[in-house]
Design a protein around this ligand. Structure first.
Ligand code: ZN
Ligand code: ZN
Length: 303
């Protein structure tokens, strides 16, 4: 049951020191979602063999260039590849104008349907839902309207105990109902409570993507108990004043949030170009939250 995050870009602001601006691939049951689309995202998608045809939904956190300058390139490539299925883009107000003005100036009429949804960055609000997954916004505290995105699995149906279907001669047509919690009465009138014939499914998993933001404690409630949290950590803690001035977070702040939210694992990223060596950032975050990992291009994290 795949649910993974691949880092395509880990840097803030500019593509330097061999790192790319923010972009992540979220693979849920072989459906590919993109979170942010910084410059160079297409190059990274190629490099890590992500099939473009599987990308149907792109979530943009905010309209600072390091989070969306790759978008028009990707939108246009889909056009050149004569994509047929619709593409959905989600982002703060202004996202529609940015795409439309570029298409208009290049006199491009896309061969596929493009749906652009402006999201509410101020409140937690649902932006996407399918049979298996929901995605909602996480309000961030940044210089311009910004939100993270919470990818949450829906609870799965209960599982039938092994052998029980044959043993009790359960009609196959009844199984979906039993998986949704119904009791079962056999042909002799014997009642079996649901917990006698089914077992708990695997618990639903959650991935929280938080970029860019100043530290705000209210985020901890929204991402509470997430299996995996990505939280930006642009600076080390000796530059906390700079972080506050620029509405970014430090390593210690990201780790403090992960601890307060009782998440299982933390990924930090969106590093300032001033850091060539990322080990000190990792070590500093780990002093607060041990299960911290570095976002590094090509790294894959299971949720
Ligand atoms: Zn940024
Ligand atoms: Zn920003």
């Amino acid at each position: 049951m795949t649910f993974s995050v691949t880092i395509l870009g880990s840097n803030s602001a500019t593509p330097v020191t061999g790192r790319f601006p923010t972009a992540q691939v979220i693979n849920h049951l072989d459906r590919i979602f993109l979170a942010d689309c910084g410059e160079g995202t297409q190059i990274q998608l190629n490099k890590y063999n992500i099939r473009l045809g599987k990308i149907n939904h792109i979530f943009i956190s905010h309209l600072h260039g390091d989070h969306f300058y790759g978008l028009i390139g990707l939108v246009t490539t889909f056009h050149l590849f004569r994509r047929e299925q619709p593409l959905f883009i989600y982002g703060p107000a202004g996202i529609r104008e940015i795409i439309e003005v570029q298409l208009k100036a290049s006199q491009t009429t896309l061969v596929y349907p493009l749906h652009i949804h402006v999201v509410d960055t101020e409140n937690v609000s649902s932006v996407y839902e399918d049979e298996y997954l929901t995605v909602s916004t996480i309000p961030m505290k940044h210089r311009i309207p910004t939100c993270g995105y919470l990818f949450r699995e829906k609870p799965r149906p209960r599982k039938m105990k092994p052998e029980i279907i044959d043993k009790l001669n359960i009609p196959l047509a009844l199984i979906p109902k039993l998986k949704s919690g119904q009791d079962f009465t056999d042909e002799n009138g014997v009642l079996y409570k649901n917990e006698q014939i089914t077992i708990d499914p695997a618990p639903p998993r959650t991935y929280a993507f938080c970029s860019d933001t100043a530290y705000q404690v209210s985020t901890a409630d929204i991402v509470a108990n997430a299996d995996l949290l990505y939280h930006e950590a642009t600076f080390m803690n000796d530059r906390i004043d700079m972080a506050h001035k620029k509405f970014h977070s430090t390593t210690v702040e990201a780790a403090t949030l992960a601890k307060a939210a009782r998440v299982r694992k933390l990924i930090i990223g969106h590093y300032s170009a001033r850091y060539d060596d990322l080990q000190p950032l990792l070590e500093e975050a780990k002093t607060v939250f041990q299960e911290t990992y570095l976002a590094v291009e090509g790294a894959v994290f299971n949720v």
